[in-house]
Unconditional design. Structure first.
Lengths: 478, 392
């Protein structure tokens, strides 16, 4: 019999805010254990939650990027369960009126284009982390991550294969990175995904027994987990190897297997209720419009524009559109220099090289787009030579310097002094009669050696075409 | 009998705090073994405001465990009784000693109002959201309010003026502009006495005396059936226990507070710590609160209680369209014996106090009666208290 896999996803995204959701502690990843904590995020009595407005901004942004309806009155609720990494023994989340509902996400797979429905996006706080100490054989709690803001994006069960799931997750990541909602790094846990999966005979409209899988730390792990779990379900249905029960399972990527964590019978009752300490957040037109105005052009729209209006090839356009930071820098540079091809080249080759060397991602690029534009102008006008332009770019990459001032201060301006040029060329030609003779004898390649020495004497500050012409002239005269 | 849990060196105008209000200098226990010796890392906003206004904190006063009982009888540190063997609150007993100007105390379930009515003190539970709850041990956050008890309405007013005002650390506060208006000296014209609440004769006599005082001061009085407000008690019990159950869930023995010595697993650590450190009345409230929030009971019980809250707020609104304030008893009797503080008594004795708790309206207790007013008419309610004082 043929089977259909039915998958719904719950994706947790850590928001790119400076501070936590209800207190002013830093929301940065890492740091010494329990460095980013205060009485509020440690669950001490007497602290009251104050909603971080930036969290709501980003929740709305995510909702708009995923074509959701934004709830103009959104409320927070408490979800109770006991775990040592949850200091209040309740998590503040959204159940009754989440920030965004009823969205749509376009995906494309080898089977073609498809839309995945979003049920809702809600804002909530993250939990802390348990660290097992082998020395004392105890578990210790690190509250740094406690109350770091998250959104949870809940899809409808519209996905039917690992390929669709990966396409959906990549699409979410691209949209949310583009809108600067999150850096969406699975390896650092700023994007996490729970997979709800069931299997049914093809053509059936009755859903099978559903299991929820957690703990996949990469897209490839998600792919493996879906394939394993689908096979396990089919095996259970066809061969009765085990009885399928509604449960939460933990994926073990090393073993390549999922293991039962808790069944539905053992699941606690979360006793949700509205948080009386947080007033309903009312999103007025002004707030709504101000967020709407910050939404970026979608990556595929940008790509088409770069190829159509600006004449970039598909490869370059795609490279730029993989990162919002590259796009922003490119567009600023283009606005200054009017030369799309040059701006794309500098970003895709030179800047990406420098980012790689510094161990940074494209999204972490801080290069001034205007600076890059000015530099390209200096190059195309012939004021700065290409080799020197790379040195200026390296400086610009480190800090926001003015390219022209920097070029002047460091002697990188192309000289129009033809007398100086002639003097240097004459001296070089006179110093190496052997090479000159070789050239005259027909070995044209050796000219490059003389050219290079002249360029070095002139510190790169001359027009290569002029140098070449003067050099040939002097060699022939010698 | 334990009135003071901790005493500070009082200098100048001194005020005592009940032990629901967190202080850096003195332990805060909320009357529970769970928090015995707990030292807060920060002061409550009301403590900072008192100090800014030139008051000093004289000490911390005993309260019932997490402050929701009848009159302090469930404190881990023991109940307070007077010479006649009647139960009294530590706040009233401390004021009787005459060294402090006032007590700042959290009104969770009406205990300070009952206590003030019985001991002849003046107490105000101000409009919800006019005094910061930042730094108070949370129990029933949607209705509990920091209030002031003193021997005279002038003292109450002075201390309330010091602690009221906007605080950005409490997201449920009203803007400053509204709070300023709360202490205006408006003269009440017409007040209603609610009927339908059963009390003993001593309480009835207090109500009659207050009526006479009001009438001789030129305030028009009327009688109105207040039976609908008796619904407040059961609805408030649901909301209060739900919030309480959630708020005390943070005391798990992990981070601070009491931890059992007997455990091998995390579940045993939780269960044994809470079993050993929580009193019976609190455990019952936790169970009740968990039950009303369960998936099965949320809509038929908890959600319905929220709807009753709305109905009662609207019923008050209708009354306040005609009357400046309503008068009702604060307690069933003026003396509490053992039977009156029996287990679960607080869920019935709060029939008088729950209407103002659930609606967030200001309530003043004076001369043994309770006056409930429109939001932000705290000043006018204190004017009525003054009439009662002058009519004595």
């Amino acid at each position: 019999m043929k089977y259909e896999t039915v998958i719904g996803l719950e994706v947790h995204i850590e928001l790119a805010t400076e501070s936590k959701i209800f207190c002013s502690c830093s929301a940065k990843f890492g740091g010494e254990q329990n460095d980013h904590v205060c009485p509020a995020c440690c669950g001490m009595p007497g602290m009251l939650p104050i909603v971080n407005k930036h969290v709501v901004d980003l929740g709305m942004t995510a909702g708009m990027m995923l074509n959701c309806h934004i709830n103009r009155t959104t409320t927070f609720d408490k979800k109770s369960y006991y775990y040592p990494d949850l200091p209040c023994s309740y998590q503040t989340t959204q159940l009754f009126a989440p920030v965004a509902v009823n969205g749509l996400v376009d995906i494309e797979t080898s089977q073609g284009k498809k839309q995945i429905r979003i049920k809702q996006i809600h804002m909530e706080e993250d939990a802390g982390k348990l660290v097992h100490d082998d020395w004392s054989d105890t578990s210790l709690v690190d509250f740094n991550r406690t109350s770091v803001p998250l959104i949870e994006i809940v899809s409808q069960p519209d996905l039917h294969s690992a390929e669709e799931v990966i396409a959906y997750l990549e699409r979410l990541r691209s949209l949310l990175r583009f809108a600067r909602v999150s850096d969406c790094r699975m390896e650092q846990g700023s994007m996490r995904c729970d997979v709800n999966l069931s299997v049914r005979p093809e053509g059936s409209n009755v859903l099978g027994v559903r299991t929820e899988m957690k703990n996949m730390n990469s897209l490839s792990a998600i792919e493996r987990a879906i394939e394993y779990e689908t096979a396990r379900h089919i095996d259970a249905i066809e061969n009765g190897t085990e009885e399928l029960v509604q449960e939460t399972r933990r994926w073990d990527d090393l073993k390549g297997k999922s293991f039962s964590m808790r069944t539905k019978e053992n699941a606690g009752d979360y006793r949700y209720f509205p948080d009386p300490n947080i007033m309903p957040v009312v999103i007025d037109d002004e707030w709504f419009d101000s967020i709407k105005a910050t939404l970026p052009e979608l990556p595929e729209v940008k790509k088409a524009r770069y190829m159509g209006e600006l004449g970039l090839n598909e490869y370059d356009a795609q490279q730029l559109c993989d990162s919002r930071a590259l796009c922003d820098c490119f567009e600023q540079a283009y606005a200054v220099c009017g030369n799309a091809k040059e701006a794309a080249n500098y970003l895709i080759s030179d800047c990406m090289n420098m980012l790689n060397k510094a161990g940074l991602t494209a999204d972490q690029l801080t290069l001034s787009g205007a600076g890059l534009g000015k530099l390209i102008k200096l190059v195309t006008e012939g004021t700065v030579s290409r080799p020197n332009a790379k040195k200026i770019l390296a400086a610009l990459f480190e800090q926001d310097v003015d390219p022209e001032t920097y070029a002047k201060d460091n002697g990188y301006i192309v000289s129009n002094d033809t007398d100086l040029l002639k003097t240097v060329v004459k001296a070089v030609v006179a110093s190496d009669p052997k090479t000159v003779a070789d050239y005259k004898a027909g070995k044209e390649k050796v000219l490059m050696a003389l050219f290079g020495r002249c360029m070095k004497e002139l510190k790169g500050n001359c027009d290569p075409q002029t140098l070449r012409e003067v050099l040939i002239e002097e060699v022939m005269k010698a | 009998m334990k009135i003071y849990l901790a005493k500070a060196d009082a200098a100048g105008k001194s005020v005592a705090l009940d032990d629901m209000i967190l202080t850096k200098a003195l332990p805060t226990t909320a009357g529970s073994k769970m928090l015995d010796g707990y030292m807060s890392l920060f002061d409550a906003t009301v403590v900072e405001k008192l100090e800014q206004a030139g008051y000093s904190v004289a000490g911390k006063l005993n309260v019932g465990e997490f402050g929701f009982d009848v009159t302090g009888e469930t404190s881990y540190f023991g109940a307070v009784k007077n010479a006649d063997g009647a139960y009294v609150s530590a706040s009233a007993a401390a004021l009787d000693e005459g060294e402090i100007a006032a007590v700042v105390t959290l009104d969770v379930n009406g205990a300070p109002r009952r206590s003030a009515a019985q001991s002849g003190k003046v107490f105000i539970k101000p409009t919800y959201g006019t005094v910061s709850r930042y730094g108070t041990v949370p129990v029933a956050c949607s209705g509990e309010t920091v209030g002031v008890m003193a021997n005279t309405s002038d003292s109450v007013k002075a201390v309330l003026t010091a602690i009221a005002g906007y605080d950005c650390k409490d997201g449920t506060m009203h803007p400053q502009s509204k709070i300023d208006a709360s202490l205006r000296d408006a003269k009440p014209q017409k007040i209603a006495f609610l009927t339908g609440f059963d009390t003993d004769e001593a309480v009835s006599a207090k109500l009659s005396a207050f009526k006479t005082a009001c009438e001789s001061a030129g305030v028009e009085t009327a009688q109105v059936d207040g039976s609908i407000f008796k619904l407040a008690s059961s609805a408030w019990n649901i909301l209060m226990c739900a919030e309480l159950c959630n708020n005390v869930s943070r005391y798990d023995g992990i981070k601070y507070g009491y931890r059992s010595k007997e455990y091998t697993t995390i579940d045993e650590l939780y269960t044994n710590s809470r079993t050993e450190a929580f009193g019976d009345e609190l455990k019952a409230a936790i169970l009740y609160g968990s039950d009303v929030l369960s998936t099965k009971n949320y809509m038929p019980v908890y959600d319905k209680a929220l709807r009753v809250r709305r109905v009662l707020v609207e019923a008050f609104g209708e009354l306040f369209a005609q009357y400046d304030a309503v008068v009702m008893p604060a307690c069933s009797r003026l003396v509490y014996g053992d039977a009156d503080v029996a287990p679960y008594a607080c869920y019935e004795e709060n029939v008088y106090t729950a209407p103002a708790s659930i609606s967030g309206l200001p309530a003043v207790v004076c001369a043994g009666v309770q006056i409930v007013g429109k939001a932000f008419t705290d000043g006018m309610l204190l004017e009525l208290a003054k009439i009662a004082e002058e009519g004595k």
